[in-house]
Design a protein around this ligand. Structure first.
Ligand SMILES: [Zn+2]
Length: 156
């Protein structure tokens, strides 16, 4: 069978960098970079059929999100949405939310969001959010409530 060159092709979160220097049986293996930053070797056929769409982090993240949502639904969501429903995030930062930045976890290099606020020249953080929206509503606005005097949270 003729080799189809998958270099630079994208499959879900994976972008093919180059062909690996080995095969798995009759299957051609490709070196792929995941959107999360991981570089992994994947069999070309699974990429083409859609069976492989990330380095494995996507599945993991969904599981974590589900667990966390169940937990938060009870504890935080109701409160946060009530408290902050009149707040509209300003879409002017790289994440689309004021006071929210992306980062990658040190060990597993997974994408996370961190909320921050500057109070009297000192920066306060709340990290570990899976989405920018969460970081804003449950992090940034929480920080505003905690650190800013009431009614003075416009320019921080
Ligand atoms: Zn990944």
């Amino acid at each position: 069978m003729r080799l189809v060159d998958l270099t630079d092709k994208r499959f879900g979160m994976l972008k093919v960098l180059k062909r690996a220097d080995y095969n798995k049986g009759k299957n051609v293996v490709w070196v792929c970079q995941c959107d999360c930053g991981n570089v992994v070797d994947k069999v070309g056929n699974y990429l083409k059929t859609g069976d492989t769409q990330s380095c494995g982090c996507y599945k993991k993240r969904n599981e974590q999100t589900n667990l966390r949502d169940q937990y938060d639904a009870k504890r935080v969501d109701g409160v946060a949405k009530q408290l902050f429903k009149d707040k509209v995030p300003r879409k002017d930062s790289s994440t689309g939310f004021r006071g929210v930045s992306k980062y990658y976890t040190r060990k597993s290099k997974e994408l996370r969001y961190r909320a921050w606020i500057t109070v009297a020249g000192e920066r306060k953080y709340k990290s570990g959010f899976l989405t920018a929206e969460d970081a804003y509503y449950k992090g940034r606005l929480w920080l505003e409530q905690k650190y800013l005097p009431k009614g003075d949270n416009t320019n921080a």
